[in-house]
Design a protein around this ligand. Sequence first.
Ligand SMILES: Nc1ncnc2c1ncn2[C@@H]1O[C@H](COP(=O)(O)OP(=O)(O)OP(=O)(O)O)[C@@H](O)[C@H]1O
Ligand SMILES: [Mg+2]
Length: 272
Amino acid sequence: MQAKDLLYECDSVSFVYPDGTPALKEVSFRVWREERIAILGVNGSGKSTLLRLLDGLLEPTGGEIRFLGTPLTERNLQDAVFGRKFRQRVGFVFQDADAQLFNATVWDEVAFAPRQLGMSESEVQRRVTDTLNLLGIAHLAERAPFRLSGGEKRKVAIACVLSMNPEVLLMDEPVAGLDPRMQNWLVNTLRLLHEAGKTLLIATHNLHVLPEFAERVLILSEKHQLIADLSVNDALANESLLIEAGLLHEHPHAHGDIVHTHLHAHEHHHEE
Ligand SMILES: Nc1ncnc2c1ncn2[C@@H]1O[C@H](COP(=O)(O)OP(=O)(O)OP(=O)(O)O)[C@@H](O)[C@H]1O
Ligand SMILES: [Mg+2]
């Protein structure tokens, strides 16, 4: 790898929320251009916090994150040149679409970032139309985002990021709430984005789609530490690690009068 392909450097990054809640502890890793990385960990382990830090929405309370060599600090992000470069290159799909959507119509929502980046109105029109068509939501253009269904909101949130055409995509649980057809569409779209040279960092609990959109896995522990940084294949072969990541769980079953445990992927629901 060449130095120019190094996108992110996280050096001993810690984060404590203002109310004193710890969310990340001394996490270090690097991200190279065109990598596809899944961020795994149980609820509350710090996945969303890590993505917010990588998007510059939060600043580490300890350690440092550098993007293309420049520390991601509020001050640097306010710098016109670096801030603009960063915003153009990095797109973030939030876990909670309600926190991301704030415009009066879906059209304005998807047009927001391209307009912010100073694109001409004809370019904005073209991008919004293309993106809405790509996601099959052109019919929602004049609707108010906050009155959409959960899955529709998620599609709009994804459209907002795709319309910017960023080089790095940060996605927080992107398939959650999507119907199977849309999940399949998203997984295919992520593959095409990868083939187009994008870098993907995706927080997920979905074991089944994992090998389809990641080669590398970062696992955060309940104590907010990075406990594994390995290939997807090595992660999938390591049952105890998957249990620790909250992707598998042991579940007692009664068969006749014999009770034993099976391992289950998380999204399977059990008849209790
Ligand atoms: N705004 C906040 N203020 C205080 N604590 C917070 C805030 N947001 C998150 N936390 C806490 O920080 C820790 C990490 O939360 P985070 O949302 O990053 O976890 P997560 O891995 O994304 O979880 P999930 O799988 O449920 O989405 C948790 O203990 C959480 O309660
Ligand atoms: Mg989260």
